[in-house]
Design a protein around this ligand. Sequence first.
Ligand code: CP
Length: 302
Amino acid sequence: MKNKSLVSINDFTKEECLRILDLAEKFEANPVQDILKGKVVATLFFEPSTRTRLSFESAVCKLGGKIIGFTDASSSSVSKGESLNDTIRTVANYSDVIVMRHPIEGSARYASEVSKVPVINAGDGANQHPTQTLLDLYSIKKTQGKLENLNICLVGDLKYGRTVHSLAMALSDFNPSFNFVSPKFLQMPKEYKMYLDNKGVKYDEHEEMKDNIKNADIVYVTRIQRERFSDPIEYERVKNAYILRKKHLEGTKPNMKVMHPLPRVNEIHPDVDDTTQAYYFTQALNGVYTRQAILAAILGLV
Ligand code: CP
């Protein structure tokens, strides 16, 4: 994985993903080290973020590295019309690895092609969010004791939700059965369903949530993403399509966990937060250990 960019979850093999999970477990046991001493990590966020940016930065701080970057392109020379090519080539001169979030699909791949240092995709439009997927796999393995043969229910915006795209691809190596719950026009895109078809993965599509969480090992809820809608009326129509409440957890499997990449709006009611099934805040914490593992592997330090 040394010097490899991570743009799509498919850039890492199944074995490499499992190696990241093993490393993350070691960082969880021993999160404060100085292996990044002398290394500079650039975090370029052209779109808002709380968890991804701050967990990367926390990971770097705990490992003794330094961070440069921006949280808003308007404070960079992009606001003067600088191209992504010029921005990346410049920042690559100042850093050992670039972590980038950008609203345009394909921007991270482009950045990786013009950068002399590895690029880690922290989310490109509705396309991919591979580091979220690795922390999701880590969270699933931690809570279920395995990744194989699980029943995974993905709920919400499956069309624009980049986290579910990367996650469905990654889990396809572990013989899952999927239930996809979404409004009709926010269904999982064809390209991902074809990917699953080619790998012989079973999935069913539904509009109704309540009955379809009963057999799930993991219920992975996503936000309906207002910022991806071109028509605000369409957003208004579906924004509260699913609201998971404590009462819906009755009769679910004892090992079931509720995950969410966060941020949430209304799709998980706060009355779920104190249940044993709620896992989303621990999931976000797991992002620190997983991102420590990703940085250490890509920088060739482990
Ligand atoms: N899960 C996630 O990507 O959250 P942020 O948008 O806060 O980074």
